[in-house]
Write a new protein. Sequence first.
Length: 303
Amino acid sequence: MKAWIAHESGKRALGEVPEGITLEVYDGKGDYPSDPSTVDFWVPGFLSAQGTTDRLADMTALSVVQLLTAGVDAWTSKVADSVTLCSARGVHTASTSEWVLTAMLTSLRGFDHFVRSQQNAQWEPRVTTSLARKKVLIVGAGDIGKAIAARVSVFGAEPILVARSARDGVHSVDELPTLLPDADVVVMVLPLTNDTRGMVDAAFLARLKDGALFINAARGPVVVTDALLAELKSERITAAADVTDPEPLPQDHPLWEAPGLLLTPHVGGALDDMVPTAYEFVGGQLRRFARDEPLENVISGDY
């Protein structure tokens, strides 16, 4: 059997490679290291979708695509039914939930304002608000959503989880029209699917209370960009986003100058230990594959 991984440095974190598996590095660019028609297990690079999925046509013997991301939206329609697609759910839970908490505190406490004041050598105190006693609506109740809920609880906030369907302690997305007006902070961490694309439209945003903070840590197309821009320009709400539509954001895009927006360039999972953490999980998957055991994080349908 043959496995391709995207990072040379990932080899060290894989752990024991099962006997009988040939391991090669292919970052999705340039010439193949060997015949792609003999690859059984492929690990594409982080956020590598556009153009990379074209390589699937050459991998005629492929059994598994193991992604290094939790999001699978760019791959679900490209991977053949005969190929098992697996996400890296759980690998980025801590890093993404930390990004959300950082964005939340930065926005609520006005640190983005104070950084700009420091850059301009201006002493500009202002009254801000606390995360304590806030109602934080978290749309997406998977690993990351639950981790965010645990973190905001420590700060004395009230997390409210929302998912596709209701269950114990989790509301249904059908309840959003009644939940949104009461939320102080709304966090999007759900996957991009046909159902969630454009979910955050003008009607969704209009239900937010004045002064609410909207945070997108999901995927850019979950939000209708023009609708968010209109709300930000009205200065009725504020926002933080790690993802945009389009992405990367062109230099002349109006989001750069939108009032009340904290923007980061899709770095929620970009930590110095990202590669070893991801490949520890990949190593376990590779050993399960070699033993013909069930794989973890197998994607069925959109996610």
